[in-house]
Design a protein around this ligand. Structure first.
Ligand code: FES
Ligand SMILES: [Fe+2]
Length: 447
């Protein structure tokens, strides 16, 4: 079994709608207010979260606001290049000091209400009407902006609101080397979009915890097998075959880069990924693959030859993808970092997802998608910018594959509300990452 059945279940006494059976997920976990409040109190303030891409903060004074449920954190690039994170509330009367993203004018964080100011490191630099306050109110320590733990990994900035949280490096230790082996840290933003979906954040992310749904949701990816399920069996056995688990906090699934496919099958699938989402496989890769079309003898393994050509192209173009190594097994697979971050790497590119509650609503989430790629050294793009917030069915701005996934989510959330439905039943094999995620969640909630 790949489900986390051999591990002890967390102490769930105090958790409503707890996971008492690893294969059953109570429906209330996806909409119940009490459960959502518990996540707000015990998950989000305690866990390391990907707060922004490093490219969003290229210069001193650049800031990004990271919101999760009703918390807001301000990330600020410092003069010395480091990054600090602050709780986003003025020490005077709580007004938020930064919204969205941008640059702090003249290296000062300025409150829009009464104009109090701070240096980029959160120390007070000006108090308007200081003489009107009791001396204790305007002491340096009472004016200093309270900090949040911050660290960087994988070209991303991570935050943790818990001052006693163990270091990020320790938290990521099992999973970081896997992604570093394929050069995840060298990837930069190709595009970045956001979708607000009318479902719980877990409903949305669980669509990416298994590839078993491909047969029905993305029939075009199953080599034309459509609804012929037995023919698709290979697809999901391949996917789940390389599944590794790290104490429930991470899941990594090996993909296997279509070894043994003929040229046409390989090219067709690559093009579907490119056209369907402009991520994981990009036009640049297709061009290299196409160039190999008449160079590989029939009977020779086309994918292997095409991928070798891609490595040669990268080397020639100064594109820093590490030499072929064990990490290649991850291509076409998926890495999940608890609680809400995914990396799906392929060919020096990756698709990333981050899913969070939207505002204070258990039944809406903010779903972000990054398509990453590796640029030639010295030609990395500048500041990464969100292309926009789109509707889940936007045919102009979203590819076919994500639209197919989004289509299920709202329906699933509605189904979870049905009084005829009590709990999800998970497959022991294909759906184990969902089980792992919920059990890990209960560890936080029960703490
Ligand atoms: S609320 Fe910020 S200066 Fe008054
Ligand atoms: Fe999907």
């Amino acid at each position: 079994m790949t489900v986390a059945d051999e591990r002890s279940m967390p102490g769930v006494g105090s958790v409503p709608f707890a996971m008492t059976n690893p294969l059953r997920v109570p429906r209330e976990r996806y909409y119940d207010r009490e459960f959502f409040e518990l996540e707000k109190a015990k998950l989000w303030p305690k866990v390391w979260q990907m707060a922004c891409r490093l490219e969003e903060l290229p210069e001193p004074g650049d800031f990004v606001e990271y919101e999760v449920a009703d918390e807001s954190i301000l990330l600020v690039r410092q003069e010395d290049g480091s990054i600090k994170a602050f709780h986003n509330a003025c020490r005077h009367r709580a007004v938020q000091l930064g919204k969205g993203s941008g640059r702090m004018p003249k290296g000062q964080i300025v409150c829009p209400f009464h104009g109090w100011r701070w240096n980029l490191d959160g120390s007070s630099s000006f108090v308007y009407g200081k003489e009107g306050f009791e001396p204790d109110c305007v002491k340096a320590e009472n004016l200093q902006l309270p900090e949040v733990q911050v660290d960087t990994w994988g070209a991303c900035v991570w935050i943790n609101m818990d001052p006693d949280a163990r270091p990020l490096a320790e938290t990521l230790a099992p999973v970081a080397p896997l992604l570093e082996a394929i050069g995840f840290q060298n990837m930069r933003v190709w595009w970045w979009k956001e979708i607000i979906i009318r479902c719980n954040w877990k409903t949305a992310q669980e669509a990416f915890h298994e590839a078993w749904h491909v047969m029905r949701t993305h029939p075009q990816l199953t080599s034309g097998a459509g609804e012929d399920y037995p023919a698709d069996y290979v697809e999901y056995t391949t996917f789940a075959g390389g599944h590794a688990r790290f104490q429930g906090k991470f899941d990594a699934t090996a993909g296997g880069v279509a070894e043994g496919r003929g040229a046409e099958g390989f090219l067709e699938r690559s093009e579907l990924l490119w056209e369907g989402q402009d991520a994981m496989t990009l036009k640049r890769d297709i061009d290299v693959f196409m160039g190999m079309r008449n160079k590989v003898a029939p009977g020779e393994d086309f994918p292997t030859a095409a991928i070798k050509a891609l490595f040669e192209y990268w080397e020639g173009a100064g594109i820093p993808v590490p030499a072929m190594n064990e990490g290649m097994r991850l291509w076409g697979g998926e890495v999940f970092i608890f609680p809400n971050f995914f990396v799906l790497p392929q060919y020096g590119n990756a698709l990333c997802y981050r899913i969070r509650p939207h505002e204070d609503d258990p039944e809406r989430c903010r779903f972000e998608v990054w398509s990453l790629t590796t640029y030639p050294e010295g030609h990395e793009p500048g500041r990464a910018r969100l292309m926009g917030r789109f509707e889940p069915d936007d045919t102009e701005n979203l590819g076919q594959i994500p639209r197919q996934d989004f289509r299920n989510m709202e329906k699933q959330q509605r189904g979870l509300r049905s009084r005829g439905f009590k709990e999800m039943m998970l497959a022991t094999e294909w759906e184990s990452p969902i089980s792992n995620m919920h059990i890990e969640l209960d560890r936080y909630l029960a703490d």
